[in-house]
Design a protein around this ligand. Structure first.
Ligand code: ADE
Length: 258
């Protein structure tokens, strides 16, 4: 996969790239990431990439022409499948979008700036606009980095097989199950018996039950959309009938310690 990232702050992206799975995927040639400094595509000797908003108001707005030139440069070798503007007004980026984009060959990310991007970038240059959440960052660089990380880890070979993405939260529309490691007891909380003494099948069904209960308690939006099976219903009903403790409630995540 080839990814081009267009930004006025290339260092913000470059410092994040060599780390973790992304760095490994770059080193092993699974992905090639090219960071383009938009100042290099300015037409004047001051390397201007922004100018004041038409109609007045504070801040500066990213100009469309350097972005157009950078896209043309990034398109020389292969036509991008998607040109994505990072944008708090964009469609919410999620795991499904990450899976969709992981199947493509060439992505271009345009990092917006919080003051604004000339609307003609969205209208005539970008094919998509994505937001990573309902909050405003000072620039789109962290948003591009977040999306690139979520996409690249899905590429074949990017993760070791022990970390297969099919086991991820959201991969089947449910949250992930809780994980434990040593010690057996920490601050009075023990590792669940099923994980210590259970056979493979017991561990699997304990984990599935936790996924179902967590998702139902914490993310009613996901719960309403996920496809649960007859086995899942049976698992939930028999856990309720046997009064299995529901340890992972919304309260635990939202500040039980406060
Ligand atoms: N730029 C600024 N805030 C953003 C957000 N939440 N998502 C994507 N791009 C952004």
């Amino acid at each position: 996969m080839l990814i081009d990232i267009l930004t006025v702050a290339p260092q913000m992206v470059e410092t994040a790239l060599p780390h973790s799975i992304l760095g490994r995927a770059i080193d092993s040639g699974i992905v090639r990431i090219q960071v383009h400094d938009l100042h290099d595509y300015a037409a004047d000797r001051h390397r201007t990439t922004d100018s004041p908003p038409c109609g007045g108001g504070g801040g500066m707005v990213l100009k469309p022409e350097p972005i157009e030139r950078a896209i043309a440069h990034a398109s020389r070798l292969s036509q991008p499948d998607r040109i994505i503007l990072t944008d708090p007004q964009g469609v919410r980026f999620d795991q499904e979008a990450a899976f969709e984009m992981a199947c493509l060959d060439h992505l271009v990310f345009i990092c917006g700036r919080y003051e604004g991007v000339d609307e003609r970038v969205r209208l005539t240059l970008a094919s998509h606009a994505y937001s990573i959440g309902d909050y405003v960052l000072t620039g789109g660089e962290p948003a591009a980095w977040v999306m690139v990380d979520a996409i690249v880890r899905l590429l074949p070979g990017a993760l070791g097989c022990a970390e297969a993405p099919s086991r991820d939260s959201f991969a089947d529309g449910l949250l992930d199950y809780p994980q434990f490691t040593r010690p057996r007891s920490f601050r009075g909380v023990g590792v669940p018996d099923a994980l210590l003494d259970g056979g493979h099948r017991e561990v699997e069904s304990w984990r599935r039950l936790q996924q179902l209960r967590r998702t139902r308690a914490l993310r009613p939006d996901l719960w309403a959309r996920c496809d649960i099976t007859a086995d899942d219903v049976h698992l939930l009903e028999s856990a309720a009938a046997h009064r299995c403790p529901q340890r992972y409630t919304e309260k635990e995540y939202a500040g039980a310690r406060s």
